[in-house]
Design a binder for this molecule. Structure first.
Ligand code: SF4
Length: 423
């Protein structure tokens, strides 16, 4: 029995799980389950603990190793679980020697459970060249940046991933080329605070320069996407690419978090409501068909009904299509957890209302797509996504191919195309 990696959380974790599987196998670990955890909400941490208990019941002989952001920020909590054999740090998990040491420790038994280094001491992001993804995904993620130098008051991520660090541009180009040559139709540049890319590299190249370099040096790339960005940190080069290069997909996801300036201040965000609205208008001038999405927190401490309504109104004012709504979840050790909290029921209710606003916004976009022709990446036998990241109902196509489809309608949540009527 080999090594099974169970992945929670973000795209960065998805990529890192591929590296963990490779390095743990190379170290000769067998009959081992690695939990690559997430700490972004209390719920995410609870899910990792539940999975550990369930997996140990299902495979009593297997060794269980926990890593990821929850292991980094709550190592002792996991070490105290009888089911857990080893807790590995979030940077340590990417090193071959960590897995060789883990094998030795597990084979000997009785040694120190916790192998978690100080994540704030990590200065570099070692590139890991992957030739492919185990699951044969139609879309693959390439981490170019990790960690974060900001300290938003609600966020635990910097304590799980450390300060910002970037992969040198040449290594990113090599990784993207390796995946594009393997036929992956869509590649997503990803990170924790993507727009701080390069600040730690010689010459401090920005995300825009990186994107230009990738598109210039890898003509095989058909569809390049960038994951969530901080609109206030977007550089001139990136705006140029958004305007000029059709291979950069016309879809941006923004970390907006709130529509109220006082709440943004209490979150220690770097933008104002006016900045957010202005940025969305600017990119829409550069790329009129662009689709915009955003993360918004419902029920941040001290948020009044009036402040919440400003988040509601922001959806239309920014012309958002996709909304990721996060009911506020106090993270132990963050400043916001010590602020006056909004009642739990009010948080749930606001999240519900915001999601409804988001669904209505998506509907408006789906309606406006009817009559268009779109390049659709087939994700599975039943679904594809357009260049604007809009879901399209598909019937029996091969994942990984890009088809030119005429959009003839929608079913309320997905587009319908001319040649593939849902069953
Ligand atoms: S920018 Fe803020 S929300 Fe994003 S990872 Fe950094 S601290 Fe967290």
């Amino acid at each position: 029995m080999s090594v099974d990696v169970v992945t929670f959380g973000c795209r960065l974790n998805a990529f890192e799980s591929e590296v963990i599987a490779r390095e743990a196998e190379r170290a000769g670990l067998t009959d081992t389950i690695v939990i690559n955890s997430c700490a972004v909400t209390n719920e995410a941490v609870a899910q990792a603990r539940q999975s550990i208990r369930r997996l140990k019941r299902e495979r009593p002989g297997a060794r269980i190793v926990v890593t990821g952001c929850a292991a980094q920020t709550q190592a002792q909590t996991f070490a105290e679980m009888a089911e857990v054999d080893r807790v590995v740090g979030n940077d340590d998990k990417m090193r071959g020697e960590t897995w060789r040491a883990t094998r030795a420790a597990l084979d000997v038994g009785g040694s120190e459970k916790i192998a978690v280094a100080d994540i704030m001491a990590v200065r570099e992001m070692a590139p890991h060249l992957l030739q492919g993804f185990a699951k044969g995904l139609p879309r693959v993620f390439v981490p170019v940046q990790n960690g974060c130098d900001h300290r938003c008051t609600f966020c635990i991520i910097p304590y799980g991933r450390g300060n910002s660090r970037s992969v040198p541009m040449g290594a990113v180009v090599d990784q993207v080329r390796a995946l594009a040559e393997r036929g992956y139709a869509e590649i997503v540049l990803t990170g924790v605070d993507l727009t701080s890319y390069g600040a730690d590299l010689p010459g401090a190249p920005k995300l825009g320069m990186l994107t230009k370099q990738v598109l210039r040096h890898v003509p095989e790339v058909k569809r390049l996407r960038i994951s969530s960005i901080d609109s206030i940190e977007v550089d001139r080069d990136l705006l140029d690419v958004i305007a000029a290069d059709a291979r950069l997909m016309p879809h941006l996801h923004l970390s907006l978090q709130s529509g109220d300036d006082l709440i943004l201040k209490r979150m220690k965000r770097r933008h104002s409501r006016k900045d957010a609205v202005a940025f969305c208008a600017q990119v829409r001038r550069l790329r009129p068909d662009i689709a915009l999405g955003a993360d918004i927190i419902a029920g941040f401490p001290t948020e009044s009904e009036a402040m919440f309504m400003r988040s509601q109104e922001l959806v239309e004012e920014c012309g958002l299509t996709f909304l990721h709504v996060f009911p506020y979840s106090p993270r132990p050790g963050t400043p916001a957890a010590r602020m006056p909290q909004v009642r739990g029921e009010a948080i749930k209710q606001r999240a519900r209302r915001l999601r409804a606003t988001g669904e209505a916004a998506l509907q408006r976009r789906l309606v406006s797509e009817t009559g268009s022709t779109r390049q659709v990446l087939i994700e599975s036998a039943t679904q594809g996504r357009t260049e604007h990241f809009l879901p399209v109902a598909i019937n029996g196509e091969v994942p990984g191919v890009v088809l030119t489809l005429a959009i003839i309608g929608h079913d309320g949540t997905r587009l319908i195309s001319n040649c593939h009527r849902p069953a």
